[in-house]
Structure formats: structure tokens, C-alpha cells
Design a protein around this ligand. Structure first.
Ligand code: ASP
Length: 616
């Protein structure tokens, strides 16, 4: 037997017990003639005491960091207790020991604040994974998966596997492809998600399917993405949107309880996509704080319930201030403000730094306008030259700035400005401490547009994916209208621009953690959808003939959702990076530097696959 206990379980109640532990040498500390060794395994850390006689033996068999050691001895109460760790009240007075394996000197220290750089940690990922922080992350991931399975099982869902070697069925991203040796010149694709399979399973009658499954997307890996990532993928039959929302709100709340011990009892707030865009500037707003966007050029709350009120306010603003006085405002497509609570004390230097921040290429604005609403009722602004105190006051009042607040205003092209101000809002929220990672806020974003217009390709693309159904009342708009756009500049006038999808996203603290939809389940509508997306009949048949045909055989109404497991874990773990929650992730260029993959393959393999490489 290698061990009687783990390195994480001994406590004062074991005093006097003879035990054998096995693990890795974390530290070796000599004190005169005695030696302390901290022994580590998955469960924790235990201090070993080598007395004088044993220390002499140690000298004959010197230990090093990360040596694999077995030690037998008696659990003894420590004089110098370390109450920060569960085993800190005891140590093992070693009576015999055995080096089970030596270790080369590790390339970085195996502790949370390691001295290893990113590249080194990735190359030696198996050592990186020994660090307690990573261990906790993987444990959290396991707990999230376990809670997921437990909830879905209780709700009658069954786990069904779907294939990885499939046919290229574009869902928006680029496919990874795999050459087939047995079918020369033909390729499989790796699934971007099991979307069509889960729909087929509904047609087969397997209501309430789920799978915790790898998905593959060959995208440029900006902003913390991975080419292979994991989804909690679910589908249900005979459901409407409301059924799906209830079921999966339940799932996330269950995970909160099981994994974080948090009772998330309140109903998850629901807002429409349009409301999100107008008020927060993006479709996954962090609603832990307000700081809403106010559009000075159009009455921004047009979609809120208080439309008339806002229109009145807007008209009032425009009778008391002529924004045109300031050429930048006059020439801009849009002008949007946020009111930052209690930030009127911002110094010149801080404001200059914010201006530089919005000018960075990632944000790309020309400049930043500020208005300080001072405590004494006066206003100080970077556009004092153009606007009198009364005008500044009118702007402040329209944008709900109180005394002591700082108004930040961006002007420019519509989409860019909206994106920029929504980033600025997040930055200010962060600075003011509104984005505490231990404070969780869920949100449903509903009523997404069904289509997006691609200026590059001059055609409509599916916002979610081509299998998402339109709102029932808007099916006719698709059936009766041709997708052709005569004037790209006026695409918003096309009937498709206003069609809303039966789709929903779940957002947690400003991150999209899941998304899904009620699907199309009639051949006619699905065909129309493909044609709306610029696919001719032949193409649709070639790519999705199997699905269209399946719809002929009694497809039930169905819908579902998929959650990003990696992201969910990262947010629960309070981290920005999903990589920290994946045992063996890829780097930003999609490489596994430990395996050195991807790599070339030898000539024989290539010729078996009938592949000849051109000069690279
Ligand atoms: N397959 C979709 C996705 O990966 C999720 C869904 O609609 O269920 O985004």
C-alpha cells in the first residue's frame, strides 16, 4: 500500500496515529540538525519532520523539489501551528521514507504566484496543473458539470452522444476539416455544435436531450476564445420560449446553489435586444449597475415603456440647447452620453487618460467630451467655449446627471460610438467598483433580430443560426418577401430588418453564457430561411437535404439552448480567462505548445490521404 491517508486529511484528532503518506516535495527547510519537508498531493499539504537521525539518512538520499516521496511516521501536534491550512495543526514525525521517483528541477515554482511566464506554463502544462489554483479551477469545472448532469437528470433529460466526424454544415464560423482516407478527396468536418443532430433527435422522439460536448470552430482566437470548447447542449420538444426560459433559469440557479452555495431566488430579469442596445450599447449588458446610455441625437428610449416621457424630455433638451453649436456634435451621426455617479472630482490628468483610452485603436474614437456637474451647481466642461452654463445644465438634466456626477460624451458613427460608449461604461463601472466578481446578476436578453445584414456580402445572414424560427406573427414577412436588397444603404427599410427571432441569450455579469432558440420545424419555412440567407435550392439540398427531408416525417415543435461551460466556470471562478478552466488549452495562435500541435505529418500519411501539399 502506497499510503494510508492523503496529504489533505490529517488533523489533531489523528495525533498518535501511525500513517504513510505519498506525494510531491513542495519545500525542504533545514533547521540546524532537523529538516522540514512539505509534502503535497491533490488533497493538500502536510508537514513532515525529519529528526536528527532521519535527517542524516536524508543526507544520504537528498531530496529535491517535486521528488515523489513516501514517508511513514506518527502524527504529532505541532508547536508552531499554521492555521491557514487544514492540516496545519499537525506534522508527521518521520520514521522511514522512500524516494519513489526523482524529479528534474521544475522550470518554474509550483505555487500560485509562480515565477513561470505564460509560454513556459503552457509548455509544461502538466506541472502548471499541479498548482493549487489550477486544481481548484478544474475541481470547480467538475462541480459545475456534475450539478448540470444532476439537474438535467432530475428534469428527465437524457445524455445522447452525437458524432464528431460530420459533414460541413456552416453555422457561422469556419469548420475544421478532416480528410477521409477511405473516401479519397472527401472531408469530414468537426461540428461547430451538435445543432442539427439535436434537432434530428427531437424528430426521432428523444424529447429532453442534453450533452456536455466539445464544439470546434476555426476562428481567429481574439479575446479569450478556444478552437475547441465545451457546451452544455440541450433540446426539448413541444416547448415554447417560456418553457425553455423557465427550465434553464432553473439549471443556472441550481448550479449557483450547488457550486457556489448561492441562493439565487429572484426571477431573472428579461429585457429585449433593442432595449439592451439602446440602454447599454450591447446585447450582453452588465446590469449590476445603471449608468445608461443617453442618446442626444435621437430619443433613445424609443423602445422603453416611457416613450412619451422621453420624447418630451428630448424635445425640451432640443428647445433649450442647439447641439449644432459644437461642430463635432453637428457633424456626428450620433452623440451618446453616460453619467458617471460621483466622478465630478476627476482631475485633468484622469480625464486626459480617459481621452487617450477612447482614442486607442481598439476603441477608435476621435476624442471625449466631458461635463462635470459640480457639487456647487456649476458646470465645467471641455466644450465650455460652445455651450453656456444653462445649456450644459440642460444636457446634464436630460442625461440624469446629479450634482457630483461626471458626464462623458462620445460622438461619431452610429455603431462605433455605441460600441465605444458601452466599453467606456464598463470601464467606469469597473473603476467605481460596480463590477465585483462575487456579485452575480443574471439576465435574459430576448427578441433578437432574426437577420443581420452583411455589407460585405450584400446579403442577409442569420444572427443566431439558420434554424432559428421567427416570431410566429412574423413568419409571413419571410414567406411573402424576397430577400433581395436593391439599395444596401437602405437595408433597414427591408421587411427582413424588422423580423424578430424566437431566440434568447442568458447573460451573467456582462458575459453571454448561453443562447438558444425555438427552431423552425416546417420544411417550407426552413427552405424560405435558407433562400433568405442567399442559398439556392440546390445548395440548400446539398448542405441540409437531410434536415429538410426529416422535417417531412413529423417534426415536433422544438427548441433548446447551449451554455458555454468554459466561460461559465471562468465567471464562477472569478477569472477573465477560460484557459484557466481547461486542462489542456491552446494558446492564442491555436497551438498546443506542449504537444507542439498542429504539426506536419509524414509523406506516407499524406499519400494515404491522397493529399499533396503545395509549396508553403
Ligand atoms: N447550437 C447553438 C450554438 O452553438 C445553440 C442553440 O441554438 O442551442 O450557439
Amino acid at each position: 500500500m502506497y499510503r494510508t491517508h492523503t496529504c489533505g486529511e490529517l488533523s489533531i484528532k489523528h495525533t498518535g496515529t501511525k500513517v504513510t503518506l505519498a506525494g510531491w516535495v513542495q519545500t525542504i527547510r533545514k533547521f540546524g540538525s532537523i529538516t522540514f519537508v512539505d509534502l503535497r498531493d491533490r488533497y493538500g499539504l502536510t508537514q513532515l519532520l525529519f529528526n536528527e537521525a532521519m535527517s542524516v539518512k536524508l543526507e544520504a538520499n537528498p531530496l529535491g523539489r517535486e521528488y515523489v516521496l513516501q514517508a511513514t511516521g506518527t502524527v504529532t501536534e505541532r508547536t508552531n501551528k499554521n492555521l491557514n491550512i487544514p492540516t496545519g495543526e499537525v506534522e508527521i514525525t518521520v520514521e522511514s521514507f522512500l524516494v519513489l521517483n526523482k524529479s528534474a528541477v521544475p522550470p518554474f515554482t509550483i505555487q500560485n504566484d509562480t515565477d513561470g511566464g505564460d509560454d513556459l506554463l503552457m509548455k509544461y502544462r502538466y506541472l502548471d496543473l499541479r498548482r493549487p489554483e489550477l486544481k481548484e479551477n478544474l475541481l470547480l469545472r467538475y462541480n459545475v458539470s456534475r450539478a448540470t448532469r444532476s439537474y438535467l437528470h432530475q428534469q428527465g433529460f437524457i445524455d445522447i452522444e452525437t458524432p464528431f466526424l460530420i459533414k460541413s454544415t456552416p453555422e457561422g464560423a469556419r469548420d475544421f476539416v478532416v480528410p477521409s482516407r477511405m473516401n479519397p478527396g472527401h472531408f469530414y468536418a468537426l461540428p461547430q455544435s451538435p445543432q442539427t443532430f439535436k434537432q434530428l433527435l427531437m424528430i426521432s422522439g428523444y424529447d429532453r436531450y442534453y450533452q456536455i460536448v466539445k464544439c470546434f470552430r476555426d476562428e481567429d482566437l481574439r479575446a479569450d476564445r478556444q478552437p475547441e470548447f465545451t457546451q452544455i447542449d440541450c433540446e426539448m420538444s413541444f416547448v415554447e420560449q417560456e418553457d425553455v426560459l423557465q427550465m434553464f433559469e432553473g439549471l443556472i440557479k441550481y448550479i449557483f446553489k450547488e457550486v457556489k452555495g448561492i441562493d439565487y431566488t429572484e426571477a431573472v430579469e428579461r429585457i429585449s435586444w433593442e432595449y439592451a442596445m439602446w440602454n447599454f450599447g450591447n446585447d450582453k449588458p452588465d446590469t449590476r449597475f445603471d449608468m445608461r446610455l443617453l442618446n442626444l441625437k435621437v430619443p433613445g428610449y424609443v423602445f422603453s415603456e416611457s416613450l412619451n416621457e422621453v420624447k418630451d424630455e428630448f424635445n425640451k433638451l432640443h428647445t433649450s440647447v442647439s447641439l449644432e453649436e459644437f461642430p463635432v456634435f453637428a457633424n456626428a451621426e450620433t452623440v451618446i452620453a453616460i453619467s458617471v455617479p460621483g466622478a465630478s472630482e476627476y482631475t485633468r490628468k484622469q480625464l486626459d487618460e480617459l481621452t487617450e483610452w477612447v482614442k486607442r485603436p481598439q476603441i477608435g474614437m476621435q476624442g471625449l467630451v466631458y461635463i462635470k456637474s459640480n457639487e456647487d451647481g456649476s458646470f465645467k466642461s471641455s466644450i465650455d467655449k460652445f455651450f453656456k452654463q444653462e445649456a450644459l445644465q440642460a444636457i446634464a438634466s436630460y442625461t440624469n446627471a446629479n450634482k457630483g456626477d461626471l458626464l462623458l460624451i462620445l460622438a461619431g458613427k452610429e455603431e462605433k460610438t455605441r460600441k465605444a460608449i458601452s466599453e467606456l461604461r464598463l470601464l467606469m463601472g469597473e473603476r467605481l467598483g460596480f463590477r465585483n466578481k462575487n456579485n452575480f446578476k443574471l439576465l435574459w436578453v430576448l427578441d433578437f433580430p432574426l437577420f443581420e445584414y452583411s455589407q460585405d456580402d450584400n446579403r442577409w445572414v442569420a444572427r443566431h443560426h439558420p434554424f432559428t424560427s421567427p416570431k410566429p406573427a412574423q413568419v409571413e414577412a419571410i414567406i411573402n418577401n424576397d430577400p433581395v436588397i436593391e439599395d444596401p444603404a437602405a437595408y433597414l427599410k427591408h421587411a427582413y430588418a424588422n423580423v424578430k427571432a424566437n431566440a434568447y441569450d442568458m447573460v451573467l455579469n456582462g458575459n453571454e453564457i448561453g443562447g438558444g432558440s425555438i427552431r423552425i420545424h416546417q420544411r417550407e419555412i426552413q427552405e424560405k430561411m435558407f433562400s433568405a440567407l442567399g442559398m439556392n435550392e440546390e445548395e440548400a439540398k446539398e448542405k441540409f437535404g437531410f434536415l429538410l427531408e426529416a422535417f417531412e416525417y413529423g417534426a415536433p415543435p422544438h427548441g433548446g439552448i447551449a451554455f458555454g461551460l468554459d466561460r461559465l466556470c471562468a465567471i464562477f471562478g472569478g477569472s477573465e480567462s477560460i484557459r484557466d478552466f481547461i486542462a489542456f488549452p491552446k494558446n492564442n495562435s491555436g497551438r498546443d505548445t506542449m504537444l507542439d500541435a498542429p504539426a506536419s505529418i509524414d509523406k506516407k500519411q499524406l499519400s494515404e490521404l491522397n493529399i499533396r501539399l503545395t509549396d508553403l
